[in-house]
Design a protein around this ligand. Structure first.
Ligand SMILES: O=P(O)(O)OC[C@H]1O[C@@H](O)[C@H](O)[C@@H](O)[C@@H]1O
Length: 365
C-alpha cells in the first residue's frame, strides 16, 4: 500500500496526539490497543505521514512538526516522548478568525502572533499541497474559525485534496459546500469529530438505548469542563454557537422524540485551567418508564480529550484516502456519521459502524 500524505492546519493538542500516535504505533508498541482498526482497507497507521503543516503561533512556526506538537500552549498528555523528526516544518498560516482566544483578547501571548511574518496566501497553500502530494488535509483550527476553515476548504478544493473537518464549523453538512466538493470531485468527511469514547457518543448511545427500551427521555443535560485552549476559546460565547448546535443535534437526532429545547442542555460548560486536557463530562438523563414511573441516570466521564479525538482521526484519514482512491466525491456519509457529530446524514452509531465497515470493504476491493 502506498503512503498516505497528510497536511495539518492547527498544530494544537489534537494534532499533537495524532502525531504522537503515528510514532507510538510505528514503534510497534501495543500494536492494536486503542485503535478501532489496525488495517483499514489495506492502510495501517504506519502508512500515514505528515508532509505539511500550518499554524500562526511563533512557538510552533518554523519548527519541525515533531517539536511543535510539544510547544506551549499545548498541554495534552505526552504518551510518546520520542517522536522522530518528520522533516516537515510548520509554516505560517492564514490568520482570519483562526486565532485562539488566548492570543486575541485578554492576552499575554499576543506577541507570539507572528507580527511581520507574512501570512500564507491561498496560492501558496495550494502550491504546498500539490508539491507535497498531500492526500488529506486535516482541519484542526480553533472552534469558531468559520472564515479560516473556509479558506483552507477552498485550498483543498483547488488542490484536489480530501478534506477532513474536525471542528464544529459546518462545511460537509452545508449543502452549498457539499455540492462544491461533489462537483470538484473531492471527498470530504465532517463536521466536528466525535471522540472515541467521548461525551457525545456516550450520550447518543444511551439516548438510543432509552428509545429502544421504550423509556421516554424527558430531560437531559451534558455539562463539560476542561482546561485546554478549546475550553478557553469556548468561554467566548461568540465562538461557541456552532459547537452547541453540533453537540445538541448529535443527541436530538437519536432520540425517539425530539426534546423541547427547554429540556435539553448540552455544551461546554466551564474552563478550569488546572484540568489542562482532561475533560470531565457530567451527564443526567431523566425518563419515564413502564406505568409512567420516573427514572433517572447520572454519569461522570473523565477522559484526556486529544488522544480521544486522535483515536478517531486515524480512521478518518484512512477513510478519506480510500474515498480518494475510489474517485468518490463530496461528503462520505458513512464515515461522517460514525466519526463526526454533525454529518450531513445522521445515523445511530450501530448503523453508522456497520455502514463504515461496508464502505471499507467495498472501497478496498
Ligand atoms: O467528547 P465529544 O463530545 O465527542 O467531543 C470531543 C471533541 O470535540 C471537538 O469539537 C473538539 O475539538 C475535540 O477536541 C474533542 O475531542
Amino acid at each position: 500500500m502506498p503512503a498516505i500524505n497528510i497536511a495539518i492546519v492547527g498544530v494544537g493538542n489534537c494534532a499533537s496526539s495524532l502525531v504522537q500516535g503515528l510514532s507510538y504505533y510505528r514503534e510497534g508498541a501495543n500494536d492494536t490497543v486503542g485503535l478501532m482498526h489496525w488495517d483499514l482497507g489495506g492502510y495501517k497507521p504506519t502508512d500515514i505521514h505528515v508532509v505539511a503543516a500550518w499554524d500562526i503561533d511563533q512557538r510552533k512556526v518554523g519548527k519541525d512538526v515533531a517539536e511543535a506538537i510539544f510547544a506551549k500552549p499545548n498541554c495534552t498528555t505526552v504518551f510518546c516522548e520520542t517522536v522522530p523528526l518528520t522533516g516537515t516544518k510548520v509554516q505560517m498560516g492564514h490568520v482570519l478568525d483562526g486565532v485562539a482566544e488566548h492570543m486575541s483578547e485578554y492576552d499575554d501571548h499576543r506577541t507570539f502572533l507572528l507580527a511581520g511574518e507574512k501570512e500564507a496566501s491561498k496560492a501558496e497553500v495550494v502550491a504546498a499541497l500539490r508539491e507535497t502530494k498531500t492526500d488529506v488535509l486535516m482541519n484542526y483550527l480553533p472552534v469558531g474559525s468559520q472564515a479560516a476553515s473556509e479558506f483552507y476548504a477552498e485550498c483543498a478544493l483547488e488542490a484536489g485534496v480530501a478534506f477532513v473537518n474536525n471542528i464544529p464549523v459546518f462545511i460537509a453538512s452545508d449543502p452549498i459546500w457539499a455540492d462544491r466538493f461533489t462537483k470538484a470531485g473531492v471527498p470530504i468527511i465532517g463536521d466536528d469529530i466525535k471522540a472515541q469514547l467521548g461525551a457525545t457518543i456516550v450520550h447518543r448511545v444511551l439516548t438510543d438505548l432509552f428509545a429502544k427500551r421504550g423509556v421516554k427521555l424527558e430531560r437531559t443535560y451534558q455539562l463539560n469542563t476542561g482546561g485546554n485552549t478549546d475550553f478557553l476559546n469556548m468561554s467566548n460565547h461568540r465562538r461557541l454557537a456552532s459547537k452547541k448546535i453540533s453537540k445538541t443535534e448529535a443527541v436530538q437526532s437519536v432520540a425517539a422524540e425530539r426534546l423541547h429545547d427547554d429540556n435539553v442542555h448540552i455544551g461546554p460548560s466551564d474552563y478550569v485551567p488546572w484540568q489542562n486536557d482532561n475533560k470531565i463530562c457530567f451527564l443526567r438523563m431523566e425518563g419515564t418508564m413502564f406505568g409512567g414511573v420516573p427514572m433517572n441516570l447520572e454519569l461522570r466521564l473523565s477522559v484526556e480529550d486529544s488522544p480521544n479525538s486522535a483515536g478517531v482521526a486515524i480512521d478518518m484519514i484512512r477513510c478519506a484516502k480510500l474515498a480518494k482512491d475510489r474517485g468518490l466525491a463530496g461528503p462520505i456519509d458513512a464515515a461522517s456519521a460514525y466519526f463526526c457529530k454533525h454529518p450531513r446524514i445522521q445515523m445511530t452509531d450501530d448503523l453508522a459502524a456497520q455502514a463504515v465497515d461496508e464502505f471499507i470493504a467495498v472501497a478496498a476491493e
